[in-house]
Design a binder for this molecule. Structure first.
Ligand code: GTP
Ligand code: MG
Length: 204
């Protein structure tokens, strides 16, 4: 997290956040919905990674997320440590209609816990495409139970309908520590007026 300069009296806190998950689970769609309030039925698969930022107000603080949306295709896997290192939070996404994507999400969480280098990393598991619950393959209770065991946040979301999209980022923001710059006491020493000396007297 960067230092916390003041913006109109409120303190600004910046955090790097990374999105991980198998290809086509909806990582880019979630970011697009969150940052631009847009949804594309034919969102293109990400190449490498994409970056976007979003600023929100949490109580009297301003929180800025620098969001790295990684590419889920297997050939980009070796690049991902570059994006999760130094991150303060990670959103691991699966598609509720695809049980393989849930298994993959669990692997990501294990990898993050082992390799992120940040024991305080805030991890959220997001079951996307909850608008397609008629095609559900991953029971909500199963994901809930797993999240409870591993001590991470969990929510089902939909980039398409916007369900829980703002809420998941807001919940993460509230979990992140705000390290405030210490208030430095300012000692105001009164400046003594120079004592008049006889030399300075010009009018005798
Ligand atoms: P990679 O960039 O390849 O890793 O994929 P991704 O995880 O970024 O997935 P992307 O956002 O490209 O979405 C894949 C497809 O799922 C797109 O056709 C989206 O329109 C669709 N999609 C994403 N989110 C939702 C959702 O909440 N509901 C439904 N019904 N479709 C969704
Ligand atoms: Mg993408």
């Amino acid at each position: 997290m960067a230092t916390s300069p003041e913006v109109n009296g409120a303190q600004l806190f910046k955090y790097k956040i990374v999105l991980l998950g198998e290809t086509a689970v909806g990582k880019s769609s979630i970011v697009q919905r969150y940052v631009r309030d847009q949804f594309l039925e034919h969102q293109e698969s990400t190449i490498g990674a994409a970056f976007m930022s979003q600023t929100i107000k949490i109580d009297s603080d301003i929180v800025k997320f620098d969001i790295w949306d990684t590419a889920g295709q297997e050939r980009y896997h070796s690049l991902t440590p570059m994006y999760y290192r130094g991150a303060k939070a990670a959103v691991v996404i699966y598609d509720i209609t695809n049980r393989v994507s849930f298994a993959r999400a669990k692997n990501w969480i294990t990898e993050l816990k082992q390799n992120s280098g940040n024991p305080d990393l805030v991890i959220a598991l997001a079951g996307n495409k909850c608008d397609l619950s008629m095609n559900r393959e991953v029971p909500k209770e199963l994901a809930e139970e797993y999240a409870k065991e591993t001590g991470i946040l969990f929510m089902e979301v939909s980039a398409k309908t916007k369900e829980n999209i703002d809420l998941i980022f807001e919940t993460i923001a509230r979990r992140l520590p705000r390290i405030r710059a210490p208030v430095v006491p300012v000692n105001i020493t009164p400046i003594e007026a120079p004592k008049p000396t006889s030399e300075k007297k010009c009018c005798k």
